[in-house]
Design a protein around this ligand. Structure first.
Ligand code: GLC
Length: 456
């Protein structure tokens, strides 16, 4: 009798437990992560799947961002202005912590309670996501502009080294282009890059400008540094490439357009980010379509008059929306994706640069992506865009800059006129704590008036 009662009791407990488990399973949390759409998106999906496998109570839906960084910022800002809880985790650009900080969660308490060892990251990358003491993101991968070049074609045309200067690159590009066209490839071009009017052009043009000794657009001390002979010469030089060694359409190219031409075997040189490397080699699983597998290598970008090349510092962070209704789960997802094993996986499968220091001496990474170890100094010394000094105004500065450069590339004006006007525009955006830097002796009238009236 007692046994029977006990059995009934036990089965009631079991059923209640099952019912509870059922309730628990139904209350699965769904997170939405806003991810970039440039490069190997299937690999991002695999990483998210690995997280779901390890966390069966969390479902993660990927929402794909537009390709242009400028457009991505627009979408994020719109969401945030509406205090939308649709997206829990944002992938956002290295230049935006200052712009987005107010709408992102401070991860500091979760970093502590989850025992995340933040000393594994490069301090400058980790600290870039700290705004006024608030840790608004975790660095996911870093980026730096690099030069891709066709090893087979350099050899074919008698060049025994990659170009050391931009002038040398332009001359090699012209020779190879002429030869390949004569050989029957009418679609062949010497050089492709990111020439569309968007954030990518700010990166490319900053590289030309800085490697020519023309400054960093806005210096860390607040000097507006565009209206100077070196910067002007750098942009005029780039304008001469259009239609000669670079396709006229390059003024509407973004990263994927340039990669498309290079991967189809139709360019001798390409400026791009590291992600294009593994795809050019057919991808980690060899499924990406490519005509350049085994036929290219990468090097630091060639030097301008400054005597050194310059790589723009890029990279992406993961942050939690302040309006998320699932903050702890979202934090968990971020800590998973940025942990050292996942960063290694990403390096091996997507040739993205880890933000974890130890990855740069990892033998597996060195074997699969040899350039990562070879170009460490380039990544470590990459030139930041002026996002720290301009803070929340960075995007306005960048938009003014890439439009001014784009006007020159598309032949609407010359760099001297465009950058004289740009200096004034930037001063208007940035205000009285910023001053226009030394202007060329032969100033455009508007800049001269400005310098005279502001004393800058
Ligand atoms: C890359 C960089 C990013 C940059 C963007 C420009 O994604 O990582 O920092 O803003 O390119 O197109």
């Amino acid at each position: 009798m007692f046994k029977k009662k006990l059995l009934v009791m036990l089965s009631t407990v079991t059923m209640t437990a099952l019912a509870l488990t059922g309730v628990h399973a139904q209350s699965k949390t769904t997170l939405h992560i806003f991810l970039g759409s440039v490069g190997a998106i299937d690999k991002d999906k695999a990483q998210v799947q690995a997280f779901m496998d390890a966390n069966p109570n969390i479902d993660v839906q990927i929402v794909l961002a537009p390709q242009s960084a400028t457009d991505i910022l627009g979408v994020i800002q719109q969401d945030m202005a509406a205090k939308s809880s649709d997206i829990d985790v944002y992938q956002y650009d290295t230049i935006w912590p200052g712009i987005l900080a107010d709408n992102l969660v401070d991860l500091t308490p979760a970093i502590k309670s989850s025992n995340i060892d933040t000393s594994v990251y490069y301090p400058r990358l980790f600290n870039n996501d700290n705004v006024g003491g608030k840790q608004v993101g975790m660095p996911w991968f870093t980026d730096a502009g690099i030069l891709y070049y066709r090893t087979d074609l350099l050899k074919k045309y008698g060049f025994d080294h990659p170009p050391a200067t931009l002038t040398e690159m332009a001359s090699m590009a012209a020779t190879i282009q002429a030869g390949e066209r004569k050989g029957g490839n009418a679609d062949f071009w010497g050089f492709v890059f990111q020439g569309n009017a968007y954030e990518g052009l700010t990166c490319d043009a900053l590289e030309w400008q800085y490697s020519n000794g023309g400054g960093l657009i806005v210096e860390p001390d607040g000097t507006i540094d565009v209206n100077n002979p070196k910067a002007i010469a750098a942009i005029d030089q780039a304008a001469k490439w259009i239609g000669t060694i670079a396709p006229p359409g390059v003024t509407s190219y973004q990263e994927e357009d340039a990669r498309g031409v290079f991967q189809a075997g139709n360019a001798a040189f390409m400026r791009n980010w590291p992600y294009a490397y593994i795809l050019g080699q057919g991808g980690a699983d060899g499924t990406a379509s490519t005509k350049v597998k085994g036929l290219f290598d990468v090097e630091p970008l060639p030097a301008g008059d400054a005597g050194h090349g310059a790589a723009a510092l890029g990279g992406w962070q993961l942050g939690v929306s302040a309006y998320s209704q699932h903050i702890p789960e979202a934090e968990k997802l971020i800590f998973f994706l940025t942990n050292p094993e996942q960063e290694k996986w990403r390096a091996l499968n997507e040739s993205e640069l880890p933000t974890v220091k130890a990855a740069y001496s990892d033998p597996d990474i060195a074997k699969q992506i040899p350039f990562i170890a070879k170009l460490v100094p380039v990544f470590e010394n990459a030139s930041p865009r002026p996002s720290t000094v301009t803070g929340a105004k960075y995007n306005d500065v960048s938009v003014a800059y890439f439009n001014a450069v784009h006007d020159v590339l598309t032949g609407k004006t010359d760099a001297k006129t465009s950058f004289a006007n740009l200096a004034i525009k930037l001063k208007g955006i940035l205000g009285s704590n910023f001053k226009i830097g030394p202007v060329p002796t032969e100033m455009a009238p508007a800049a001269a008036t400005m310098a005279a009236t502001t004393g800058s």
